[in-house]
Design a protein around this ligand. Structure first.
Ligand code: NAD
Length: 479
């Protein structure tokens, strides 16, 4: 069965290595899978998700303590199915070789997309379904096999995923390796044909270092502080509603969650008032409200509390939006009310660390350039968001800041558009996937040239050099 590390059994490097060799052998023995075979694998992934959507959503909720079932069905299970269907619909076209013009008469040139072999996938806890099946869609489409190491922080979901994958796929198609950091360390040191990691920037560095030993190419999908800049021209109520819709989704535990907001000085008070009423409408209560998600584990709960203590100690105003003033101190519940932090200074953790929770620092600016400069003083984020109607400011956000993506007048929506490449830049990641980009990331783009019968392009290189070679050199050296 394609599961290693079941029932908390420790997995050794040898076991992972052996399974990988079996998968590599199957890849070489069976050759590149046909379109039909790839579609069949994508179909099996869809069936697995459709038939087990409720069980998966319940497992995720149990792992979180409470995660809104709707949020999992929408953004974790449902979006995985949508991605797999999009992949199926476009696969035949993506697999076509691409022809190019050649400067040499009679030759033909093309790019042939070849499967890489076996791709390793290391996934995080925050969206445990889509961050496994999103990469798998591209990996399967490109004709590869995959070995998946899901997160130990969602043990029920990871175990269920492993069971379901083992039921629907042969172990040489997909194998799941269960375990935590130590297993992740062994896993990322394997000689995969490609390794995709989704997780924190700090672990991303370990992954890249481990992969370097075998020159395994990596795609790193990391985190960071995605800013929202609110323009003076923005309809403030719309901006606040859209920002807080996403900030409270899964209690902000999203890589693309708006991390902090830059507002014009004179809009701060209105922003806070609008935020209070937006939260009261979306979440009239928090404590027993199953639609309001808990923080994944005690360590992350403590981490978020420590950001608030740090901000308070350094003079910030912390505004907890808790419409019924419920007591959320029960550490078993791990719920943190949506919290605004104002009067922030650059030395506070809320402006330094990725928040990954329902805390939103608000920094004010007087000139738009100040806002741009602040974004540029932090590492490059996964996304930058701008609310406003000023075309010059749009342009400045696009051209003067560097981020994985830019979204205007909304936050995060781009992740659901399969045709847009998804990835970070600098500290927020290396490489991209989703849609056609995913197919390309997990393929080897092999250049193929077929020489003409006369082989004319070969002749100028043939010694002894004379008239023909000199004529070609002359033509090349023209300005
Ligand atoms: P994490 O980096 O702690 O863990 C991710 C995975 O890496 C887990 O499977 C874990 O077991 C494994 N791991 C941990 N230490 C390892 C090591 N030394 N070597 C190899 N593997 C190791 O991340 P997390 O806490 O699960 O997720 C939160 C982070 O992920 C946030 O920073 C968030 O922004 C980021 N994230 C990014 C995206 C994206 O698409 N760019 C999506 C979701 C989350």
């Amino acid at each position: 069965m394609g599961i290693l590390g079941k029932d908390n059994e420790a997995v050794s490097a040898q076991q992972i290595g052996h399974a990988l060799q079996q998968m590599k052998k199957a890849h070489l023995d069976e050759g590149p899978p046909s379109l039909e075979k790839r579609l069949d694998r994508l179909d099996r992934a869809i069936t697995l998700l459709v038939e087990n959507s409720s069980a998966l959503a319940q497992a995720v909720s149990d792992d979180f303590g409470n995660r809104s079932i709707e949020q999992t069905l929408l953004a974790d299970v449902g979006s995985s199915i949508a991605t797999l269907k999009h992949t199926k619909a476009h696969l035949a076209q993506w697999m076509q070789a691409q022809s190019f013009d050649s400067p040499f008469p009679g030759t033909t040139t093309r790019v042939h997309y070849q499967p890489l072999g076996v791709v390793g996938v290391v996934s995080p806890w925050n969206f445990p379904i889509i961050l496994a099946f999103g990469p798998l869609a591209g990996i399967i489409a490109a004709g590869n096999r995959a070995m998946l190491k899901p997160s130990e922080l969602t043990p029920r979901t990871s175990a269920l995923l492993a069971e379901l994958i083992a039921q629907h796929f042969d172990e040489r198609e997909i194998t799941v390796v269960l375990g935590g950091k130590d297993t992740g360390t062994l896993f990322s040191a394997q000689p995969f044909d490609h390794l995709i990691f989704t997780g924190s920037t700090s672990v991303g560095k370990h992954i890249m270092r481990a992969a370097a030993q075998n020159l395994v190419p990596v795609t790193l999908e990391l985190g960071g502080k995605s800013p929202v800049i609110i323009s003076r021209s923005a309809p403030l109520q719309t901006a606040v509603q859209r920002i807080l819709t996403v900030k409270t989704f899964s209690a902000g535990q999203i890589c693309l969650s708006p991390d902090y907001v830059l507002v014009p000085e004179d809009a701060l008070e209105a922003f806070v008032a609008l935020a209070k009423s937006a939260i009261a409408q979306m979440y009239p209560s928090l404590k027993d409200n199953q639609q309001y998600t808990s923080i994944i584990n005690p360590a992350n709960f403590e981490r978020l509390q420590s950001y608030l203590s740090d901000a308070r100690a350094k003079g910030a105003k912390v505004i907890e939006i808790n419409p019924l003033n419920e007591d959320l101190s029960d550490s078993q519940l791990r719920k943190i009310a949506p919290t605004l932090v104002v009067d922030v200074t650059d030395d506070m953790l809320v402006l330094q660390e990725e928040i990954f929770g329902p805390i939103l620092p608000i920094k004010t600016y007087s000139t738009f350039s100040e806002a741009i400069d602040f974004v540029n003083q932090l590492p490059r984020p996964l996304a930058a968001y701008y609310f406003g109607e000023n075309p010059k400011e749009h342009q400045q956000v696009l051209e003067r800041t560097t981020s994985g993506a830019v979204v205007i007048n909304d936050v995060m929506t781009h992740v659901f558009v399969d045709d847009l490449p998804f990835g970070g830049v600098g500290y927020s990641g290396i490489g991209a996937y989703h849609g056609a980009q995913g197919f390309k990331t997990f393929s080897h783009a092999k250049s193929v040239l077929v020489q003409s019968a006369g082989g004319e392009s070969n002749l100028p290189m043939r010694a002894p050099y004379g008239e023909l070679t000199n004529a070609v050199i002359d033509s090349l050296l023209q300005s």
